[in-house]
Design a protein around this ligand. Structure first.
Ligand code: LER
Ligand code: MN
Length: 274
């Protein structure tokens, strides 16, 4: 397993759970210095970062791009993949496609979290899930050209009423024709929604394609009360080999959150993986 840290460049997401903010070069330098393998970028759109500049930063610091978030489509542009309006859904799909292009160029998958939207009185859960499935059927195969999966993130009940658990996600994926969508195990959301986090990971198995490594209070791993040992054991059992990515609040500050994440990664995952 590898360790990554999040960087947000989205003004509208201020206050959100991202370790580093605004300055990509500084974030890459600190991440490399602390021993991270990669960074995960939350960007306002596909053009927010100059392709050559990002490549240079990653190469210089020996970092990989772990994943790219698509949530700016929702928080900045008001788009979701389950909007009742067909033209808004089309724009949402276009936005995610452009973020798949952006990440794909670096071999990084795009994440659909808040872009899944939510069911309403007007749009029942079954209908919303149908719309979400239709979007995934288009976007999953689209990501294949880059050799990356598309990542769907279950979120806790206060953020969506569609996909809350890994089990919900597995059920949705089983109904799809595309086999190129995987799930994101965000430990903060799982701590709220799963009865047994380790068991949920074992039962989702190879459907897991990305992990948000964070504690119960959205602070860095080790600053809350999640018991990480059985979770890491379950990830090993299902042979998860990709990133544990710190999607945590910059508390008490960005540097301390990043440092604590690395300390927990070394403690629970150990140096043979690091
Ligand atoms: C938000 O809670 C979150 O976990 C993000 O990864 C999804 O947009
Ligand atoms: Mn997350």
């Amino acid at each position: 397993m590898k360790c990554a840290v999040t960087v947000s460049l989205v003004e509208e997401a201020r206050g959100g759970p991202f370790v580093f903010w605004d300055d990509l070069a500084q974030a890459c330098a600190e991440a490399a210095e602390l021993g991270f393998d990669g960074i995960e970028i939350f960007a306002p759109g596909p053009d927010a970062v100059d392709v050559d500049e990002l490549k240079k930063l990653l190469d210089e610091q020996g970092l990989e791009l772990a994943a790219v978030g698509t949530g700016a489509g929702a928080v900045k542009h008001g788009l979701t993949l389950t909007d009742p309006r067909a033209d808004v859904r089309r724009q949402a799909i276009e936005f995610v496609r452009s973020m798949i292009d952006f990440g794909g160029a670096y071999g990084a998958p795009a994440i659909i979290g808040s872009m899944q939207g939510r069911a309403t009185k007007e749009l029942h859960r079954e209908q919303a899930l149908q719309l979400l499935s239709e979007a995934l059927e288009q976007l999953g195969p689209y990501a294949e050209q880059f050799g990356v999966p598309l990542i769907l993130e279950p979120l806790n009940r206060y953020e969506t009423n569609l996909i809350n658990t890994l089990g919900d996600g597995v059920a949705l994926l089983e109904g799809l024709k595309t086999r190129n969508v995987r799930l994101l195990a965000d430990l903060f959301h799982m701590n709220i929604e799963e009865a047994d986090m380790a068991e949920a990971i074992r039962s989702a198995g190879d459907a897991i394609g990305h992990v948000h490594f964070v504690d119960s209070n959205r602070w860095a791993a080790g600053f809350g009360h999640i018991d990480f040992a059985p979770i890491v054991a379950a990830l090993r059992e299902v042979r998860y080999e990709r990133f544990l990515s710190a999607e945590a609040l910059p508390m008490p500050d960005s540097h301390a959150a990043a440092e604590q994440t690395m300390a927990s990664f070394r403690n629970f995952v150990g140096s043979e993986d690091a």
